[in-house]
Design a protein around this ligand. Sequence first.
Ligand code: ADP
Length: 347
Amino acid sequence: MSFIEIQSVNKHYNSVQALFDVSLTVRKGEFVTLLGPSGSGKTTLLRILSGFEPVTSGAIRMGGRDITALTPERRNFGLVFQGYALFPHMSVTDNIAYPLKVRRKSRAEIAERVQTMLDLVQLGRFARRKPHELSGGQQQRVALARALVFQPDLLLLDEPMSALDKKLRFDLQEELRDIHRRLGTTFINVTHDQEEAMHMSDSIAVMNHGRIEQYGSAFALYRQPESRFVAGFIGKSNLLEGTVSAGIFRAEGGAVELQDAGADGAAALMLRPEDVLLSLDPGEDSGRVALPAEVVSSTYSGDRALYTVALGPQIRFLIYGPARAGLIADGARVFVTFDPKDCLLLR
Ligand code: ADP
């Protein structure tokens, strides 16, 4: 059941077109992330959802109602935006209470709801502090509490973790996911960090040059990317450029017979690092393809080693290899082996 519908939205800033015919459907209670590199149009789309930026054409609907022309105040969405800093002179409690005061709620209701939010973001002990007396992560949790205290239909988050260090980001991601689960509010988040997107979201819209390239779960995007861009942006991928003719994929590095190879023509064969094995001999297993390669470099991280191997002058593969028996030396002649079933052809 769709809750938020973005319908064929185009956005021009004078001569720059920032969004091209963007359509997206979000279900009630879903955690959706807009993911893409800088300049791909994520913030523009989020600002359009918030009501701060008008569309050039297209429509936004909520629960079937057209809200395209509504002001931000009338939309009543929770916002955790960079430009929406905490009020520096107010305590944590007063910051969180503010949206309820604006909405003229009773003292008793305000006190109760603020307490609920303080518990939710685990900041009860800091209720009297001012923002500058809090860490970055704590400030973000206050911003989150302030955005959720009035029980909005939708929470919009613009790179809420960007200013935090890696460890703190991970903790806050966990917390955000937990809060989302407990409240059941619909969340739409913006990030350029694919790990963050995969960690938290039910669905991810991968954006590139003002378009949504693909929309789906982290699993679908990782296992079934529909374009080279998505394959490269989500996780690590190995690409072998070549051509398909009569069901056989041929590349500089070798030939691979594939079922469902599709139409003849140029294509890239894609394999995730974990679908490729490195071995010192071509092996007996007739079901697997073995292509000769040379180890270029390796990195050791204790539990595993990550090898870069060359299949040709311009072709590099990343492969996880065994780490317990020591590393295979740079320059060693090896074979990369894989099951054709794990290959995906990208056009
Ligand atoms: P992202 O959030 O993915 O980094 P943005 O939505 O900020 O992308 O920007 C998308 C495109 O629109 C970029 O080319 C950017 O330069 C342009 N853009 C964004 N805001 C404005 C603006 N206020 N005026 C003109 N161009 C803008």
